[in-house]
Design a protein around this ligand. Sequence first.
Ligand SMILES: Cc1cc2nc3c(=O)[nH]c(=O)nc-3n(C[C@H](O)[C@H](O)[C@H](O)COP(=O)(O)O)c2cc1C
Length: 172
Amino acid sequence: MSPGATDNAFNSNAYRQTLGGFGTGVALAAAFDRQGRAHGLIVNSLTSVSLDPPIVLWCLASASSAFEVYTQCDAFSLNILAADFEDHVPRFSARGDRIIPDDLIETLSTGAPVLTGAVAVLDCTLRSRQQEGDHEVIFGDVAAFRSAPQADALGFFRGRFFTLTGEEEGER
Ligand SMILES: Cc1cc2nc3c(=O)[nH]c(=O)nc-3n(C[C@H](O)[C@H](O)[C@H](O)COP(=O)(O)O)c2cc1C
């Protein structure tokens, strides 16, 4: 059975709750708009697609007010957030102005804005994009990256934020 508009049994709240059981990190997708303003958007759809060549993807709601920013840019970054960024999350997930202050950004290889205090940064050129359902899947070629392996990361699980610590309890 394929769940869809004609399937009354498909409950989208229950579906969201089900997906929420997949714990993730939290990232800030960042890109400059045509006016040179740095936009940031909270996302957890970041996925590694290929290691060689290094390709990542993330998914952007087609209805997003920031759709043009992220589909018209040549480059974007995905910034894996540190736990101490949690206070800024509402600002970058709420509707309205999601401009990143200058003192929080720099640039690496592509010229896209990257966050200074991120746990890890993937600096990407826009490779391709593909509409699937109600989202745009955005693929990026990773041109540069860096990480701060000691920093605690922000996690998201069942609708709540958590701190993911880097404390080692043995290698896996
Ligand atoms: C933890 C978390 C993860 C999110 N992940 C995504 C995502 O992967 N893709 C997306 O388009 N929006 C995602 N959002 C929603 C956006 O951050 C933001 O709330 C939404 O784009 C606001 O609507 P607007 O773009 O129309 O202003 C996420 C929000 C939260 C809190």
